[in-house]
Design a protein around this ligand. Sequence first.
Ligand code: 5AD
Ligand code: SF4
Length: 442
Amino acid sequence: MAMKKVFVRTFGCQMNEYDSERMLALIRDEYVPCQEPKEADLILVNTCSVRRKAEEKVYGLVGRLKHLKKNRPQLIIGVCGCVAQQEGENILKRLPHVDLVLGPQAIWRLPEALARIQRGEGPVVDVSLRKEFRQPLIFPELNGTRPVKAYVTIMQGCDNFCSYCVVPYTRGREISRPPEDILAEIECLVRQGVKEVTLLGQNVNSYGRKEKNYPTFAELLREIARIPGLLRIRFTTSHPKDLDEDLMRCLAEIPQVCEHLHLPAQAGSNRILKLMNRGYTKEDYLAKVKRLREICPEIALTTDIIVGFPGEREEDFQETIQLLQEVRYDEIFSFKYSDRPLARATRFEEKVPEEEKARRLAIVHQVQEKITREINESYVGREVEVLVEGKSPGNPELWTGRTRTNHVVNFSGPAGLKGQLVHVLIEGCGQHSLRGRVRANN
Ligand code: 5AD
Ligand code: SF4
């Protein structure tokens, strides 16, 4: 029987990328991936609702698929991920050509849902949340592509209820995945040639805390580091309130754990942090950064910043700018605040006008651009360890990879380096990457 074709479009975070890979793996006996929606028998849109802009994009894209369905009624269109969870049945009202609405914790029931639709029992809406993170191990299709890096989800959901955030509602309460499943998945990835894993969770620092007899996150890292052949370990995201000395020591002491921490600050003003329900003050945050830099001087920090949170005045915003100047992050991800359904801040008054949010965001970009450039320039003349990921997309003559501190490096070197750790002499830099040449293989 000829294979059917599936087109997948993924929005949002790495967790969605991970979930999309799993969905493809679950249906690989029936469907092969294709590049164009118009060729597809099945279209899956894996959605993000963390900010309003991301959600609007989804409605735009799925809306435009309507004409394909008109010409080919047998086409199946599925909306998966966080917008699916948040909107449930409502999606069918707004987009009646959709056949399937699948929440992020229901993706492993995709084959079952497709079978029901094919039997004419659609549309199917499955947005149930689960109480434990146990699922059949599903391995992504790595054959042929041989990626050097892979994501591994270690927990789902979040219990923090930051007042601007929709995640606790779309991804549910925090649940940790059993350590034996995590280890088995990583071992399998390493057997297929993966050299670096990024452990994913909304708040990895609280891994295992709600479960009986689970290791702590630091203990889990130590166990993962024992897997032979795994060269590098990264993780994201860490909540500042749960960052402890044990984890700081892991960053400094476990050779495979890379010296990079994404530590979302969100804002620099204590008044705003309180309204955001972040659970720390600027002083707490800075004290942790200071201690981390004592324990692990090479650490590179990145962060997320929200501008224009309801009630943010000029003096609050200036404190965010001061935080950027004080910490000197290698890179930041900054966003204009947007109201999200169910999130508490949506009901806060004193909303900041759009133009003012845009002005503040532009200032944040300007301040950070200079800091990032200065940090990039400080690499010139240094020799750094790089894990070679493959040919540089912009220039096939060059290799590309990342430093331990997560900076992209494009560099010249001999053939056959993919998957190896090499030492690269940094000779120049741009705003987003470093350039150099190989000095020696490890
Ligand atoms: N508005 C703007 N940014 C948001 N984020 C989360 N919710 C919102 C919102 N309502 C940002 C935070 C978070 C990142 C993933 O997205 O900075 O860390
Ligand atoms: Fe959202 Fe806060 Fe949880 Fe992060 S920690 S997912 S911002 S509620």
